[in-house]
Write a protein that binds this ligand. Structure first.
Ligand SMILES: O=C[C@H](O)COP(=O)(O)O
Length: 333
């Protein structure tokens, strides 16, 4: 039988498989027209997902450690300050206390979150705070969260974030293009964003809670991938409805279709309202069952979250001590 510690350690052993960046493809309107989402089948599939209690003890700790490495540790508040961003970066570089890491048998491993995600204003601060850690800085650019700034201003914001050292840019699409079925406009916009990002990876935020139907979500996902998105992301975290399991299922099935047709692996980032281990395990189970093991690694899976880390820490502490761990013991993340 596998030793408990081995199971936890193995969660982090698998290396991402090498894959080329999504180069995109011409806009294929016929593919979009054929794209349908069966709402009741989607609901049934979501209802069939295993609950948190179906993975226990070491297996659950292993899943949660993997989730931790995929978090884009985020602060996107109007009252953000350089001090808050520096504290967040310190947390990203050392998400678990050394004692907890030791108790999990991971004392010799360097555990970090997948990235730190901030507004453009704080990119330089975060880059400086994370120097030497290898943790990328993601910037929300393009007039986040509404995305209604002039197009040239959005492109300049991307360029400024890249110049300040952002390795990843989370852009927001113009929802009107989706709501009016103007796929050419969405494709052109996304193409421009991708070009402005240069070598920085681009995550396309769809703001799914504002797109009205799952079909719109699927079609917008496809258009963004056709235009070269490295990741598709559900939400800004500011919409009323965010990364629901139905939206995740819809988006990752389009990622699977796109991979089947083009060979490109596009990443997925659920974001907004993912605050508990139950929420994140649901997302991970869907990824594993629909896309397979490669999509559980941080190069293809990120979780946009401002408060999830605290619950992961709490559950891991409970796992190693067997006692209750209060939220106030884990103030950041
Ligand atoms: O992209 C990340 C989201 O803005 C975070 O949303 P959250 O604050 O609900 O975790």
């Amino acid at each position: 039988m596998m030793q408990p510690e081995t199971q936890v350690r193995n969660a982090l052993v698998q290396q991402p498989i090498a894959h080329g960046r999504n180069a995109g493809m011409p806009l294929d309107l016929e593919w979009l027209a054929q794209t349908r989402v069966n709402q009741s089948a989607t609901d049934r599939r979501v209802a069939s997902l295993p609950g948190r209690r179906s993975v226990k003890k070491d297996a659950q700790a292993a899943w949660l450690l993997k989730a931790l490495t995929c978090i884009d540790l985020t602060t996107l508040s109007g009252d953000d300050t350089s001090g808050r961003v520096r504290r967040l970066c310190a947390k990203a570089a050392q998400p678990l206390s050394p004692a907890l890491q030791d108790a999990l048998g991971m004392g010799d491993r360097r555990l970090t979150t997948g990235a730190v995600c901030v507004y453009h204003r704080f990119v330089a601060t975060a880059v400086e705070a994370l120097a030497g850690t290898g943790i990328p800085v993601a910037a929300v650019s393009t007039g986040f969260p509404a995305g209604l700034a002039p197009h040239d201003v959005k492109l300049r914001e991307i360029a400024a974030s890249v110049a300040d050292g952002a390795a990843e840019i989370d852009i927001v699409i113009t929802r009107e293009h989706v709501l009016t079925g103007n796929w050419q406009a969405l494709y052109d916009e996304m193409r421009d964003f991708r070009a402005a990002c240069g070598d920085a990876h681009v995550k396309a935020i769809l703001a799914t809670g504002e797109l009205k139907t799952l079909r719109n979500v699927a079609q917008a996902s496809l258009v963004c991938m056709m235009a070269g998105a490295d990741f598709i992301k559900t939400s800004t975290g500011k919409e009323a409805v965010n990364a629901t399991p139905a939206v995740t299922l819809t988006m990752i099935r389009t990622i699977r279709d796109y991979h089947d047709r083009t060979g490109y692996r596009v990443g997925y980032k659920p974001a907004g309202g993912i605050a508990t281990t139950k929420d994140v395990l649901m997302q991970q189970f869907l990824m594993k069952e629909e896309l397979g093991r490669p999509w559980l690694e941080p190069d293809l899976f990120r979780i946009g979250a401002s408060s999830l880390l605290a619950d992961i820490e709490r559950q891991l502490e409970t796992h190693v001590t067997g006692g209750y761990s209060a939220f106030n013991r884990h103030p950041i993340g």
